[in-house]
Design a protein around this ligand. Structure first.
Ligand SMILES: Nc1ncnc2c1ncn2[C@@H]1O[C@H](COP(=O)(O)OP(=O)(O)OP(=O)(O)O)[C@@H](O)[C@H]1O
Ligand SMILES: CC(=O)N[C@H]1[C@@H]2OC[C@@H](O2)[C@@H](O)[C@@H]1O[C@H](C)C(=O)O
Length: 374
């Protein structure tokens, strides 16, 4: 555990109640979800909450994207902390909080990974132990630091009683895929998991909508639906070395920002259709890396609400692609639930990543536990 560890955060055995808080790369807002777990099994799902960012807040956080220090980073941290405090005040009846923070920059092989927001400050203000800084330890040990939801996906696969390999696909700003074999008992054991970022998901389409139409995103794929995919741009996209790289591998939100330039000359509809097709094509490439074909792909994150994207995935993948609600899970809250689950694992000294999920040399439990002072 990290420098913030002071005293005993939670009971070392038995079921505890944790709230997870996640602010993703799309900057729509903060998701909070409660989970009951012993750190291995999901016992029950609890209530959830959401606190959207105002346009000013979104702008302040976005001004910190790609930066590692300085005034813009400090401002983004303050906005992140204030928004989390506001929504988490309604969730102080838990044993523990998992606070992901806001990723501003991610370059695991260079500067590292930066999630802003001070968990110790939250612990003091909320008077609840807070687990935070989930990614640094993994990066320090040579891992990608992302994705981290896969250990939770393993628990979900067991919870829904999947009877063979299954895949989870998160379509947020960036896409990430987790292949799970639920027959392997522990997530860190050989053959349990393979996970990695698939490529850009909604971020380029969102950027295009903002730039051209002043819209936050292409609601229900309404713009892309009327367009045609420009195959030349799609081929250039798929020629990016990222797709040939053997996983695990991870991305920063803006790693593919130049994709919007590839569609610059196209009409709004054709550009949106082409960027949406790029997301689906990245996932199709990703599926080639699965150790064995999953029985189906369970889609979580905002992209599952885009019928044009879901149709493109259905056409390009060899197995059924369904919203995760089909198995009774909540696709809006899965990441928040994941950080509740990971928080309990960190507090109990259990690993949260392994070579199959981040490429880290040995399984590691990343995170700092801060207990309230005062
Ligand atoms: N009805 C819809 N139609 C089209 N796109 C949608 C719809 N609803 C959500 N989205 C897309 O999903 C995005 C939000 O997804 P989500 O909340 O999963 O992202 P995130 O958690 O911030 O990202 P990440 O997982 O990369 O950190 C929106 O910005 C939008 O692009
Ligand atoms: C560095 C970082 O914050 N990465 C996010 C981002 O958003 C999606 C994808 O890229 C994934 O790698 C990760 O988030 C999820 C919650 C994860 O760690 O599993």
């Amino acid at each position: 555990m990290g420098a913030g560890t002071k005293g005993q955060a939670i009971a070392k055995t038995g079921v505890v109640t944790a709230a997870g808080a996640m602010s993703g790369t799309s900057l729509d807002g903060v998701d909070v979800a409660v989970l009951e777990t012993d750190g291995h099994d999901i016992v029950a799902f609890g209530r959830s909450g959401y606190r959207g960012y105002s346009a000013d807040e979104r702008e302040a956080i976005a001004a910190g994207f790609g930066l590692w220090q300085g005034a813009a980073v400090q401002d983004a941290a303050k906005v992140t902390e204030a928004a989390h405090l506001e929504v988490l005040r309604d969730f102080t009846d838990v044993d523990l909080i998992g606070f992901h923070g806001q990723t501003l920059a991610h370059a695991p092989r260079d500067q590292g990974t930066l999630q802003v927001g001070d968990g110790a400050l939250l612990a003091d203000a909320l008077e609840v132990p807070v687990v935070w800084d989930f990614r640094s330890a993994d990066v320090e040990l040579g891992g990608e630091g992302a994705p981290l939801a896969p250990f939770f996906h393993h628990a979900c696969a067991r919870y829904i009683k999947a009877d063979g390999p299954i895949a989870f696909l998160n379509l947020g700003g960036v896409g990430n895929l987790t292949w799970v074999d639920p027959a392997v008992a522990e997530p860190q054991d050989e053959g349990a998991l393979l996970a990695f970022d698939t490529g850009p998901a909604n971020a380029p389409v969102n950027d295009l909508m903002q730039e051209r139409l002043g819209l936050a995103y292409d609601k229900d794929g309404a713009v892309a639906r009327g367009g045609a995919v420009e195959t030349g741009a799609l081929e250039l996209f798929l020629a990016e070395p990222y797709f040939a790289r053997i996983p695990p591998k991870s991305l920063d939100r803006n790693d593919f920002a130049e994709m919007v330039a590839l569609v610059r000359e196209l009409s709004d509809a054709d550009a949106a259709a082409t960027l949406t097709a790029m997301c689906a094509a990245g996932v199709a490439e990703a599926m080639q890396h699965c150790p064995s074909p999953p029985s189906r792909v369970l889609v979580t994150g905002g992209g599952r609400n885009n019928p044009v994207l879901m149709q493109m995935l259905a056409v390009s993948l060899d197995c059924p692609v369904v919203p995760i609600e089909e198995v009774g899970l909540d696709g809006d809250m899965l990441e928040a639930q994941a950080f509740a689950y990971l928080a309990v694992r960190v507090a109990r000294g259990l690993p949260t990543s392994c070579s199959g999920t981040t490429g880290v040399s040995a399984a590691v439990g990343g995170g700092t536990v801060s207990v309230p002072q005062g």
